[in-house]
Design a protein around this ligand. Structure first.
Ligand SMILES: [Zn+2]
Ligand SMILES: [Zn+2]
Length: 259
């Protein structure tokens, strides 16, 4: 599978944009920066949302509003009951943004936007992919996603998270999983703030790897770094790579990985 990092960060500042992964150019995990790919966003028919915080949903309104006149099929948004309810109530409510679930694709009977509520452990099949949501540990209900390409390989994307068991357990138990993408928002010195806001700091990541990662052939990518602390987190990730685990890295916007 091809994984493209469209937005790598946990917020937006200058040229750093919020979280968005693109799988084989057609499935997005979060939409913090999806409009960056322009009209190509029209080939994305499935967006899996980790949670309803703004840095993860930001571009859904723009992508649908700008591209629905040339869409052929509905744009499907997947998320937990909490996420979907939040999107309907607070964004697509005709006050903040039009309710595109009531606006039809031109010359079609289908509506341009669909919301699909999914539950932990569901296996959503899209072409050769099977996508499974699991619970992460954030201040609001948040899904991580396991993305598996049939008979090939898999990755795990944490969504926003503090320490947790699920992602490490899934990584340890399934040899098809080649990489973990995990929220590391803050440098070591903000461990307390990380805990309060339920994100990992670099120190937390180090502890999690030491304690919970049993497989040693799996890549661990930090993402969702807060732009302001990027240089510090970058340095600390490099230290972890040197001293603790050689396969730890951080993602950059525009990176493309093949697994
Ligand atoms: Zn976030
Ligand atoms: Zn969040």
């Amino acid at each position: 599978m091809k994984v493209k990092i469209i937005g790598a960060f946990g917020s937006r500042l200058e040229n750093k944009f919020s979280s968005c992964f693109l799988i084989n150019d057609k499935i997005a995990i979060d939409a913090g920066n999806l409009s960056l790919i322009g009209k190509k966003a029209n080939f994305v028919n499935h967006i899996f949302i980790t949670h309803s915080h703004l840095d993860h949903i930001l571009d859904i309104p723009f992508v649908i509003a700008e591209l629905y006149p040339i869409r052929k099929v509905p744009l499907k948004i997947y998320g937990s009951n909490f996420t979907i309810r939040s999107l309907k109530k607070f964004i697509f409510n005709n006050r903040i943004w039009p309710d595109f679930t009531k606006i039809k694709i031109i010359k079609s009977l289908q509506y341009s936007l669909e919301f699909h509520e999914i539950k932990e452990g569901d296996k959503i099949k899209i072409e050769n992919f099977e996508i499974t949501p699991f619970s992460s540990n954030h201040i609001i209900p948040t899904f991580g996603y396991k993305i598996l390409e049939k008979n090939k390989s898999g990755i795990l994307i944490s969504g926003d998270t503090w320490k947790q068991e699920n992602i490490w357990k899934m990584a340890n138990e399934d040899n098809l999983v080649k990489a973990i993408f995990i929220d590391v928002s803050f440098p070591k010195k903000f461990k307390k703030l990380a805990f309060q806001t339920k994100h990992l700091s670099t120190g937390d990541l180090e502890e999690e790897i030491k304690l919970k990662l049993k497989r040693k052939n799996i890549s661990v990518f930090a993402y969702h770094i807060k732009p302001l602390f990027f240089n510090e987190v970058e340095k600390e990730i490099k230290m972890i790579r040197k001293k603790v685990y050689p396969k730890v890295k951080y993602v950059k916007q525009g990176d493309v990985y093949t697994f």
